[in-house]
Design a protein around this ligand. Structure first.
Ligand SMILES: C[S@@+](CC[C@H](N)C(=O)[O-])C[C@H]1O[C@@H](n2cnc3c(N)ncnc32)[C@H](O)[C@@H]1O
Length: 257
């Protein structure tokens, strides 16, 4: 905590922006791709500043932030993808903790995992966390709202705790892009916050926390993720499972064949 407040104090007056970081050989960093304003303004301390990355890249800490549910939610996402995971998989945005290493360990020989993030510092951190270049794992500097992959390129797409961090318009574009790049019959898997039941005491603990630190997160309490699917997509099935008294959800959207 002391470390975090010292870090916040030392960083606060600095204009939040991505600091120059050594480039990962496997990732081409595009100088044309700007870090979105909401990320710079709201989450710079968690995702952009190198001290923030160093601080938060701890399994126990991300588990605490999710009230002990990290492994359960991670495994719920992984179980949706099969063992081993075959075909082409996309993870939209880096995640602290061992989600991506576990994903990498599950991919079948010949299967491919692509991961995109808009922040170079996050891609560098992931590259380090994976122990360098890994066969059939590709890191891309891209924005979730403008993926460069062609329609239907992926068998499955995972979006893990990204939507609640994005403002409404951005979030809708992220959902649209995730579904666009999934093949007919493939799945877009979203794991995120969800409105807990009134009997869940965490409801009352989380309201002030989210309203203070995560200004867009309450949208995931008040809306179904399915409400953000653009009408042009043909959807075969939408399945939602909730966890921890409804505070978290996994929503799986299967595209029609
Ligand atoms: C997936 S979310 C939060 C995940 C979770 N809270 C965790 O423990 O890491 C955080 C990541 O999303 C990335 N991100 C935010 N907006 C993005 C966007 N528009 N496109 C791609 N990545 C984005 C951030 O750079 C950061 O690496």
């Amino acid at each position: 905590m002391k470390k975090l407040s010292a870090m916040a104090a030392s960083c606060a007056p600095v204009t939040p922006r991505v600091l120059p970081t050594p480039l990962v050989s496997a990732v081409r960093i595009s100088s044309d791709l700007a870090v979105p304003v909401y990320l710079q303004k709201t989450y710079w301390w968690a995702y952009l500043h190198p001290n923030g990355v160093r601080f938060f890249e701890r399994q126990w800490l991300v588990n605490c932030i999710l009230w002990g549910n990290f492994a359960r939610l991670r495994d719920a996402a992984l179980s949706e993808m099969g063992t081993p995971i075959t075909g082409n998989t996309l993870q939209v945005a880096c995640v602290y903790g061992d989600l991506t290493p576990k994903l990498v360990n599950r991919i079948a020989p010949g299967a491919k995992l692509h991961i995109v993030d808009v922040a170079p510092v996050q891609l560098n951190n992931l590259h380090r966390k994976l122990g360098g270049n890994r066969a059939n794992v590709y890191l891309h500097h891209q924005d979730s709202t403008h993926l460069t992959f062609s329609d239907g390129f992926f068998d499955q797409v995972l979006v893990f705790f990204l939507l609640h961090e994005q403002p409404a318009g951005v979030r809708e574009q992220t959902v649209a892009e995730a579904i666009r790049v999934v093949r007919p019959g493939g799945k877009a898997i979203f794991v995120d916050y969800h409105g807990p039941s009134k009997a869940n005491p965490f409801r009352y603990i989380m309201i002030p926390i989210l309203k203070t630190l995560e200004p867009f997160a309450m949208d995931t309490w008040d809306n179904e993720i399915s409400a953000w699917i653009p009408p042009e997509f043909n959807i075969q099935n939408i399945r939602k499972e909730t966890f921890f008294g409804g505070l978290y959800q996994k929503t799986v959207i299967t595209k029609a064949t």
